[in-house]
Design a protein around this ligand. Structure first.
Ligand code: FAD
Ligand code: UQ1
Length: 417
């Protein structure tokens, strides 16, 4: 048990935390005074897990050691934040250390609440259940295994009734499953259902229109307002609640389940810092805590109503950096995050729709030619997703040097509003 004092504490070493720690590691305001709390020994590039599930990439290709990606300089405590007392500027860790901070960036992401779906975890743990998820490094390999072992029948895909990371991923894996089954000649013997809690296929109208055509072409049955409530893997049956009404059972041979997601306990339980659902309350533009000026948030664990993606974090990271520097200088934060989020919607092996939008679903596309790049399925977007974005992520974003594609947009799309 030790006590530490620091200028800046970063909680979480994932996409947001690692990026922010890199930014402040060598700044004169914070140099020598940054601490990172991060329990995991691996850092994953999660956006590639969809392609791991579809057999295009391996889990190893998405993984690096945490030590290798975290910036040198800051002290890394391999531990969990257990409690935070913002009035005292203090965090206590699971192993009993106390960290006093002047400023804190909370980037703790989301964790999976498997217990909310009785039967789901036992089914995931059974190697022969046909139940898997691309959302978890422990089960993403099982998606690919199940896909290869599937001999036809019912394939059911879910989307839970909580905020989730990458809201496009639950349907991307359904599309790639369809593509794989067509390739292997099993599609005619199979029925694919996408059971989503949402009332629409996608929150932004333009992309929803394109996706509805994909769904129709692929003959995927979409059931709206369906929430997975229980899995009976003995009988291979999944129970869904439909709207506010009755429960319906679906038999399955393969079930892709997206788990309900919550913020980690130290946040979830802190009513002072969070909203009713346990998300860190921040101003959606400045990303500063609505209650404590020395607290900032980035990424999936905050209340900002954007699409929870790494692409969003790239843009947020610049705003947090600039506003935190202003706060440190005794000035009011004035930089504004516009809600940018991007979702490369994989529809086939070799095809992708690149969705990009701001708060309230306002389109914000990087490329000028709608018919070539946006809202249409293109090969170029697929290779960006598969090869370019991971390269940018590991080499620029995590080092604090990438703030999203705005600069590309200014060059290739100079007349855009
Ligand atoms: P994370 O990167 O999850 O990091 C949170 C960190 O906090 C973790 O390292 C964790 O160990 C740590 N932590 C947890 N609890 C504690 C604690 N108590 N104390 C300290 N540390 C703690 N994004 C895109 O842009 N495009 C995509 O195509 C895309 N596809 C996706 C597909 C899938 C299947 C998944 C799972 C995600 C996808 N994403 C995509 C989303 C993207 O990966 C996340 O939005 C992003 O990684 C979130 O970053 P974060 O820093 O908020 O959280
Ligand atoms: C992006 O910038 C990014 O970060 C590297 C991603 O990776 C997670 C993305 O998925 C997307 C779509 C973007 C947006 C970039 C461009 C060039 C449109």
């Amino acid at each position: 048990m030790k006590t530490y004092d620091c200028k800046l504490l970063v909680v979480g070493g994932g996409s947001g935390g690692c990026t922010m720690a890199s930014k402040f590691a060598n700044r004169k305001e914070t140099k020598g005074g940054v601490i990172i709390i991060e329990p995991s020994c691996y850092h994953y590039y999660q956006p590639l897990w969809t392609l791991v599930g579809a057999g295009v990439k391996t889990l190893e290709q998405t993984r690096r050691s945490m030590k290798a990606v975290l910036p040198k300089g800051p002290l890394w405590l391999q531990d969990y934040a257990e409690t935070i007392v913002p009035e005292n500027n203090q965090v206590r860790t699971r192993y009993g250390d106390i960290i006093n901070y002047e400023y804190i960036i909370i980037a703790a992401g989301l964790v999976y609440d498997y217990n909310r779906v009785p039967g789901l975890m036992p089914a995931l743990l059974d190697p022969n259940s046909g139940v898997s998820t691309i959302y978890d490094s422990a089960f993403v390999d099982k998606v690919w295994k199940d896909l290869q072992q599937f001999k036809g029948g019912e394939a059911v895909f879910t989307y839970p009734d909580t905020a989730i990371k990458c809201p496009g991923a639950p349907q991307k894996i359904a599309y790639l499953t369809d593509a794989y089954l067509r390739k292997t000649g099993i599609r005619e013997k199979s029925n694919i259902r996408y059971n989503t809690c949402m009332p629409v296929i996608f929150g932004v109208k333009k992309y929803a229109e394109s996706l509805l055509k994909v769904v129709e072409r692929k003959n995927i049955h979409v059931n709206y307002k369906h929430v997975l409530k229980a899995v009976d893997h003995g009988n291979k049956e999944a129970t869904f609640k439909v709207g506010d009404g009755e429960e319906v059972k679906f038999p399955y041979d393969m079930l892709h389940a997206v788990p309900p997601m919550v913020t980690p306990d130290f946040l979830f339980k802190n009513k002072d810092l969070t909203d009713a659902a346990g998300f860190l309350n921040v101003d959606k533009h400045t990303l500063q805590s609505t209650k404590y000026p020395n607290v900032f948030g980035i990424g999936d664990c905050t209340t900002t109503p954007n699409s929870k993606t790494a692409a969003a974090i790239a843009k947020q990271s610049w705003v947090v950096e600039q506003n935190l520097l202003l706060q440190m200088a005794g000035k009011a934060p004035l930089h504004k995050y516009d809600g940018y989020g991007a979702c490369p919607l994989l529809t086939e092996y070799g095809k992708c729709i690149l969705a990009e939008f701001l708060y309230e679903g306002k389109l914000h596309e990087t490329f000028p030619f709608d018919q070539v790049f946006q809202s249409k399925e293109t090969t170029v977007a697929y290779y960006m997703k598969k090869d370019l974005f991971p390269f940018i992520y590991w080499n620029f974003m995590l080092r604090g040097m990438y703030h999203g594609p705005e600069w590309v947009r200014r060059i290739v799309n100079p007349f855009a509003k």
